[in-house]
Design a protein around this ligand. Sequence first.
Ligand code: NAP
Length: 315
Amino acid sequence: MSSFTKPLRKSLVREIWDFTGPGYRAARKRFEPYEWSTDKHIVLTGATSGLGLSSAKTLAAAGAELTLVVRDAERGHALKQECESLGAKRCEVIIADLALLEDTRRVIAVLIEQGKPIDVLINNAGALFNARAKTSEGIEQSTSLLLLSPVMLMQGLKPLLQAAGSARVVNVVSGGMYTQRLSMSWLRSGFAHRYDGPAVYAQAKRALAIITQEWHAEWAKQGVFINTMHPGWADTPGVQSALPTFRRVTKWILRSSEEGADTIIWMALDSALENVSGCLFLDRQARRYYLNKKTQERPTDRRALLAFIEDHVSN
Ligand SMILES: NC(=O)c1ccc[n+]([C@@H]2O[C@H](COP(=O)([O-])OP(=O)(O)OC[C@H]3O[C@@H](n4cnc5c(N)ncnc54)[C@H](OP(=O)(O)O)[C@@H]3O)[C@@H](O)[C@H]2O)c1
């Protein structure tokens, strides 16, 4: 196993400090100098803000062929022009509300119809909801946006990922998941009886990380390499609007969107990631999936999650 895929072990305080801007800048000292250049076809969700926007611009400047899945048509089309002027080989925009499974299915159908192999799928779109709500499809919105939609995109786009020969999936999760042990009874209830935005967000991210761990070995045999990353704490519009108090207290040590997105780009483009799967990365280094044994889910919850996914995500 190469050293960057072996999860780093540090004290809890140092693991958390690594989430910050100074943590990123300390890690950066071990990065190889690079100038990215690629002709990969990359599908990126949530490209209009924060980490996704930074990723879109960097990938465009590297020459990638981009398909950006965004929910705001006006900003999406302005971004397409910007990406083309930055150097993207081609940039297409698909408009979709990824909290809706119907829209997610439509994105898959459009891409399958086009038939173009996908080298990299980046499941980045996300939000932390402080109030509980169901989508018009009757699904609790965090579950739909943060778990079902990315899983559906992985499954639905798998034929195009396989067609690329050796493809990658980057699932953006969150260090917040370290606070949570998956509770399938809570998740299945749509977080109905007790709602706590950060905890619900962390449950959904934890669930996506577990699915990645469950599937990666089988998918790798089929030429699709799935990994997760968490970006640390980045000062993005999403953090500013969903966590204003956290942001006020920590703004001096937050990292920039570019710093948070660095590992996304590295996972999409770096040759070191060839044939690597099942890892959780922070700052180009594998990290542990659990910082505390108490957050390790029960095997019954793990099985229940797989069944839940099976029930909800049939393309
Ligand atoms: N920033 C952090 O410190 C941090 C930490 C841990 C994990 N993350 C994760 O990193 C990812 C990016 O977050 P960010 O901080 O960059 O947040 P952000 O600035 O709010 O950007 C989120 C992106 O997702 C899109 N999006 C949200 N809901 C959507 C929906 N229903 N359908 C389609 N697109 C949707 C947003 O579109 P609009 O522009 O239209 O709103 C935006 O482009 C998320 O998965 C987040 O959970 C971030």
